[in-house]
Design a protein around this ligand. Sequence first.
Ligand SMILES: [Fe+2]
Length: 313
Amino acid sequence: MVVMWTTPGQCESQVWYGPGPWDMTEKVHATKVTLSYLEPTKAPKYIYRALLNNLKPGKTYYYMPASNDVYNEPLYFKTPPADPSWSPEFLIYGDIGIHSKSLALLAQEAMHGKYDAVLYIGDFGYNLYDSVPDGQYMGENVCDIFMRQIEEIASHVPYMTAPGNHEIEPSEDFKQYGVRFSMPNTDWPIPLTKMWYSLEIGPVHLISYSSEVFFLQDKRYIEAQRQWLTADLEAANKNRPSTPWIIALGHRPMYCFNNNSDDCKKNDSLVRLGLEDMFFKYGVDLVIQAHEHWDMLNYGYLKVNLELPATYR
Ligand SMILES: [Fe+2]
């Protein structure tokens, strides 16, 4: 499990953790990145990342980030069970701004242990790199507000992400996204050369890819991602007996029916031309995408049963 946090000043930081709130005897040091904002007059933030090792399946762990000698209150998370028949519950969403009312409700559900992981499919806060000119959050940076708003969920449940168009930033370096989040099987800060990853969660091989490679000035990342996806899908298909479901997440969709002129409305959609053949060829079972928000669709609810198919029981 990766724990991340931020401080306004530069600190020596670590995480204490263990099986109970009075039993946090393991300690791991954090690595640190200095993050500046678009406006050069803003003081930088210090972002920390600590990797908690040797965790056992199906257990609750308590943890406490500490910066210099200032300790956070104890937080906790649960590791997935080793039971092969376990079926995870995901909370899936994207496109949430800092003025949304949804997060507080979702946090309540997450705190009650309803979900095993959050899958956040791009577009964070609008935009993470902006500052807020007026109103409730005047003078603050959207990223700091947004991260504070998701803290209640993300400190208890793994918060798995994919980048969206609002993370690109004017210089196309995804700076805030790459530093503020750390994902498995890629580096931190998340590099432009590997803004995609996969992992196994119970019966699911979960792939997070970047739909944004198709819209950047620099086209090299399209081929880099395609090569990685091909190898990853080939390997995942060999693992179908133990991990039967392949689910892919990416921000911009291949198809849509909204009344606009977005890429997904076109027959030669860049995302569709870049991915669809591969997803058919390797039998990706479910592709979840975001980006197209429309009033009626904001209230959609999808329940997908991820129990093992009979052939694998
Ligand atoms: Fe979007």
